[in-house]
Design a protein around this ligand. Structure first.
Ligand SMILES: [Fe+2]
Ligand SMILES: [Fe+2]
Length: 251
């Protein structure tokens, strides 16, 4: 692992934001508001009953390009991973996507071009917004509840029969096979703005949009990594344990 400078729990939470402003949206997902004084990460996490080890792993993943400790991450519960993923969905659907949409509406081109260009961008982004919504809804309504159910059954060692029935109808491999990368389309959108549309009259707005698209793309990339490299293998292991338990119960 190269050039990894890990954030530790002894560091002040304010220094974290000053070090990397892109970590700021993560604080909201852990319900940490600004006005943190000189409290350390450890102190804030303790006061807010946040698992400090989980918090540190998440901020370090987002802070370091080359850091993704899959084995370490697997020790955290499905419940806390899913809670974080759900909070991230709120950020995408209710904050960053509406903010980008608002900026798109502010773009201005000269003359007759205006209507046409705005229509192209609005249509593209509207479809993208719907795609993200459908993707996150499917995860929240089907995938995440399934993973929590499997984890609970595994921990409590009960409802094995019910679990087995559920696993026959739906397995985490279905999710793994179907899971698509919603960040990929953002490259097309960036290209439309950078290359294909004529220059807008308010370039400052176009730059703001690109900055937000870049941040969203990065965030979605890490999000999908957690889903595919942590959630899926963890549940796969549990499904296998439950299958064995079910067959030994029947034997
Ligand atoms: Fe997700
Ligand atoms: Fe996803």
């Amino acid at each position: 692992m190269q050039n990894v400078s890990l954030i530790t729990k002894k560091q002040e939470i304010a220094s974290l934001i000053l070090l990397n402003i892109e970590l700021l949206p993560l604080l909201r997902r852990f319900d940490i508001s600004l006005g943190v004084g000189d409290k350390t990460i450890h102190e804030i996490c303790k006061a807010k009953e946040i698992n400090v080890d989980f918090f540190l792993e998440i901020v370090n993943i987002f802070h370091n390009e080359n850091y993704f400790p899959a084995t370490k991450l697997k020790k955290f519960s499905i419940k806390e991973i899913v809670n974080f993923l759900k909070e991230s969905h709120i950020h995408y659907n209710e904050e960053i996507i509406p903010a980008i949409e608002e900026l798109i509406h502010k773009l201005v081109w000269a003359g007759d071009d205006h209507e046409r260009n705005l229509k192209i961008l609005k249509k593209f982004f509207d479809e993208y917004r719907k795609e993200v919504k459908a993707h996150t809804e499917q995860e929240e309504e089907t995938v995440y509840p399934y993973t929590v159910f499997i984890e609970n059954s595994c921990i409590e060692n009960k409802k094995i029969d019910e679990c087995y029935k559920k696993m026959k109808e739906y397995s985490i491999t279905n999710y793994a096979d179907e899971h698509n990368n919603i960040e990929e389309k953002l490259t097309d959108l960036k290209n439309i703005i950078i290359k294909y549309l004529p220059p807008s009259q308010n370039q400052d707005i176009a730059i703001k949009i690109l900055n937000k698209l870049y941040k969203l793309e990065k965030d979605l990339y890490h999000h999908a990594l957690i889903e595919e490299k942590i959630l899926v293998p963890k549940i796969l292991e549990m499904e296998n344990i439950l299958k064995e338990l079910n067959s030994s119960e029947k034997a």
